[in-house]
Design a protein around this ligand. Structure first.
Ligand code: ADP
Ligand code: MG
Length: 868
């Protein structure tokens, strides 16, 4: 047996370049599956793990290479029946022995050695599954089948396994795993299926599209075929259909071009896009038969043709050599295939190569070269690395977006939840309200019904009772009721019960009525107490008013008392003066003013200061006549003192007094006011003020109107004072002052007559003065106004004051020649002669004598009458 021979020859390690290459790879037998790298990614570990891919992040990976031996086919069974296989596999040692001759063989070690009995499932799991897992984790991955035509590349990679599920190849199984792992809502899986022949890329999903160009991203170096049909895969079934369509197109295209499918490369590209994982690409390549590389030329093919046909494959070999030798230059750009697989070798991808070999010794050379290719590929290092920066950045961005979306969604849901809660709450409340309403209604209905029933039954019972009473008399009901004893008893019980109920009800009603009454009483009390508050305020207001009135009254009383005091003080003062005068024998004053007060300062001044002039004047307007009287008295007393007069006039006292005369409400007021005016009229300035304020007319009117002798005395005194003012002569005459003065003699009172006489004397004195000064020429105004008869009549009056004033007045009149004629005819000459003879006062006697002698008219008349 060949196997025993191989065994016998041992396993020479080293022995030639191939051996040395293989030997260098012995260490690679213990690779383990890479642990999962991204959070949340599903762990999909192949069950064997022995062929599993390269190291952890950043740890250099290597192209994994497995060798698969095809079983002898029918032809070989016959043709090679007498020959041993050219290879011997030792799968447990992952070694393969290639027979050199009958006695020698070379041993090669691979990442996996798959015998002719290896199942498709196992092949997938050890060769492709780690790559598929890597792709699902976000890495690019490539699985290629390399080998002589007929050794089982297509069987291994592209078999659809229509009839036998177990015979399904890598493409079908890979897609099955991918579809099982992705989430259809978020992830997407799409495929392109291409054929590369004579350096042209054809679309197996769209045969008319037969010259697809390769595009490389200058930044990332990513290779893509934008012109190729890209179909999204939703389910396994459609994918298998798609593969078979592609296969059919491949056959048709090759027939048309008169080519063999063994000369072309079939490439399936699977694009996987997952939101949280960077997009990745799985490239499954069913390469063209490797025999063309070696046999071209030697079999007489045109060089160009051979070059063209096998350019891609030979370029792949060169690249693998360069990578295996760590050459600085890798001729990736030499062919379309190497350009397409650029990121499968020496890049960041995970790559598996399955080399297929046949057992026939007739193809030993081909098998050897295939094995060599595989051995060199095992030396190709590729770095399995994620572009971390990019990945983290994009991941973080995606996560942020996701988080924001979730926050927004959460907020929406929260709001919706709150709204819903509110709505439910409202609804529940509405329902509760409705139920309550319904319940209340039902209750009311029930109550009414019960009431009706109760009334009815009571009525019935009463009727029955009445009938029974009528039938049997009032005391025989129970005994005589035939067969109805129980009924009657029960009825009377019912009645009793109903009565009891009625009683209870009545009691309850009474109780509630009492309660209502109590409440009413309480409310009344409350209202009263409230009203009491208002009443209290009203009462206080009234009290306040009463108090104010009292205060006013008291003030006025004080005022009255003060005025009385003043009056008394004044009177006392007057008496004291009189006593003094009598005692000292000091004769009489020249005038008889009613209120002259030349003495010391009376207590009036004190009062004046205490009460205040304005206050006194304001009392003049009081509505209380008593107050008014006292106020005017006080003012009059004040006005009696010369020192106060100016102040009184300044404060408007004179005007107020005149006003009182004009209004005339009370005789006393008028009298006192007139007295005060008379006192003020002693002053020359005031006399003029009285005149300008219409005082003469007021006094004239009062003189004509008044009856009271004291009032007349005061008015006469006032006018008499005015008569002593030279400037007022004409005014007094024109406003009726002289006539008013003469009119007052009607009352016959000595005091009045005395004031009238004083006024006439004052007037006459002023006239004679004016005549002497030459300011007056005409006859006396007194004579004009008819004063002469009264003068002559009273010239010898018994009352000394009257007689004295008249004697003086006659003397003054006689001094003016224009009056002489009238005086003579009026009988005044006789009186003057008598005065010159009999007057008790010596000064008046001589004045009369001088006057008579100085007048030519009087002298001639006396001569005529023979008077001495
Ligand atoms: P290649 O694609 O490399 O030219 P194929 O896959 O077409 O080779 O295989 C050629 C023949 O060998 C096919 O009929 C296939 O069914 C058969 N075959 C290949 N490998 C196996 C295997 N491992 N077990 C059984 N039959 C196989
Ligand atoms: Mg094939």
């Amino acid at each position: 047996m060949a196997s025993s021979a191989a065994s016998r020859n041992g396993a020479p390690r080293g022995g030639g370049g191939a051996r040395s290459l293989a030997g260098g790879n012995l260490r690679s037998s213990s690779y383990k599956s890479r642990p999962s790298q991204l959070p949340g990614s599903t762990l999909r570990r192949s069950s064997t793990g022995s062929f599993a891919a390269a190291g952890d992040d950043g740890v250099p990976g290597r192209v994994r290479v497995a060798v698969r031996l095809r079983p002898r086919n029918a032809e070989e069974m016959v043709a090679d029946a007498d020959f041993a296989d050219c290879v011997e596999v030792q799968p447990e040692l992952k070694r393969l022995k290639l027979r050199k001759n009958n006695w020698d063989s070379d041993t090669y070690e691979f990442d996996e050695v798959l015998t002719e009995f290896a199942s498709q499932k196992r092949v997938y799991e050890v060769v492709a599954k780690p790559v598929v897992e890597s792709v699902l984790d976000g890495y690019n991955g490539t699985v290629m089948a390399y080998g002589q035509t007929g050794t089982g590349k297509t069987f291994t990679v592209g078999h659809l396994g229509d009839g036998d599920t177990a015979s399904r190849g890598i493409m079908v199984r890979a897609m099955e795993d991918i579809l099982a792992d992705v989430a259809p809502e978020t992830d997407s899986v799409s495929v392109s299926y291409l054929q590369l022949y004579m350096e042209a890329i054809q679309d197996l999903l769209d045969p008319t599209n037969d010259n697809i160009s390769i595009v490389e991203d200058p930044k990332t170096g990513d290779v893509s075929l934008p012109g190729a049909t890209l179909l999204e895969i939703r389910d396994q079934q459609s994918f298998v259909e798609l593969l078979s369509i592609g296969e059919a197109h491949r056959i048709a295209a090759n027939t048309k071009l008169n080519t063999e499918s063994s000369r072309s490369h079939a490439i399936l590209m699977v694009h996987v896009k997952r939101p949280l994982i960077r997009k990745s690409k799985l490239v499954l390549v069913d390469l063209a038969g490797s025999e063309r590389v070696h046999k071209s030329g030697s079999e007489g093919h045109m060089l160009e043709e051979a070059k063209s046909i096998n350019l891609s494959l030979s370029a792949l070999g060169k690249c693998i050599n360069a990578l295996a030798e760590n050459c600085a230059h890798v001729p990736v750009r030499d062919s379309k295939l190497t350009r397409l697989l650029k990121d499968s070798f020496g890049g960041t991808a995970r790559t598996s190569l399955i080399v297929t070999i046949g057992p026939s010794p007739r193809h030993r050379g081909e098998t050897a070269s295939t094995i060599q290719f595989g051995q060199r590929a095992m030396k190709v290092e590729n770095m399995l690395k994620i572009k971390e920066e990019f990945d983290y950045k994009s991941l973080s961005r995606k996560l942020e977006i996701q988080v924001d979306k979730l926050i927004a969604e959460n907020e929406r849901q929260q709001k919706a939840y709150e709204y819903e809660l509110e709505r439910m709450n409202q609804e529940a409340q509405n329902r509760i309200a409705e139920v309550e309403r319904n319940f209340a209604e039902a209750l009311e209905k029930e109550r009414l019904k019960c009431q009706m029933e109760y009334m009815e039954s009571v009525k019935k019972l009463e009727e029955k009772m009445l009938t029974n009473q009528r039938k049997h008399g009032s005391d025989g009901i129970i005994r005589n009721e035939c067969n109805g004893e129980d009924q009657v008893v029960s009825v009377s019980d019912e009645v009793a019960e109903v009565r009891k109920l009625l009683q209870n009800e009545t009691q309850r009603r009474k109780a509630s009525e009492e309660e209502v009454n109590k409440l009413n009483t309480r409310m009344g009390q409350l209202m009263q107490s409230e009203a009491g508050g208002d009443g209290e305020i009203l009462r206080i207001h009234q009290l306040l008013e009463v108090e104010t009135q009292k205060k006013k009254k008291l003030e006025e009383e004080v005022m009255i008392l003060k005025s009385q005091l003043l009056q008394l003080s004044y009177e006392a003062d007057q008496s004291r003066r009189y006593m003094e005068r009598v005692g000292s024998g000091n004769g009489l004053n020249g005038t008889d003013s009613p209120s002259v007060n030349n003495g010391e300062k009376a207590p009036v001044g004190t009062l004046f200061e205490q009460v205040g002039l304005h206050q006194i004047l304001s009392y003049l307007e009081s509505e209380d006549a008593n107050v008014q009287i006292h106020a005017v008295k006080v003012l009059a007393n004040l006005a009696a003192e010369e020192a106060n007069q100016e102040k009184i006039v300044e404060a408007g006292g004179l005007t107020s007094l005149l006003m009182l005369l004009r209004k005339f409400e009370d005789e006393t007021v008028r009298r006192v006011a007139a007295g005060a005016i008379a006192n003020l009229a002693m002053n020359e300035t005031n006399q003029e003020l009285i005149m300008t304020q219409g005082g003469i007319t007021l006094l004239t009117m009062t003189a004509a109107d008044a009856e009271d002798p004291q009032t007349l005395r005061m008015v006469a005194g006032a006018i008499a004072n005015l008569c002593g003012n030279d400037k007022l002569q004409m005014k007094l005459k024109s406003e009726g002052g002289i006539k008013a003065l003469l009119g007052m003699v009607r009352c016959g009172h000595a005091d009045v007559l005395s004031q009238v006489a004083r006024g006439i004397a004052n007037f006459a004195k002023c006239e004679s003065r004016a005549a002497t000064q030459g300011t007056k020429n005409g006859r006396s105004l007194l004579i004009d106004d008819g004063a002469l008869p009264w003068i002559v009549q009273n010239a010898n009056n018994e009352a000394a004051p009257i007689r004295r004033h008249i004697e003086l007045a006659l003397c003054h009149l006689a001094q003016h020649e224009v009056n002489a004629k009238e005086m003579i005819s009026g009988g005044a000459l006789w009186e003057l002669v008598r005065i010159s003879h009999d007057c008790s006062r010596e000064d008046i006697r001589s004045l009369a004598r001088r006057t008579l002698n100085s007048s030519p008219t009087f002298r001639s008349e006396m001569r005529r009458l023979r008077i001495d």
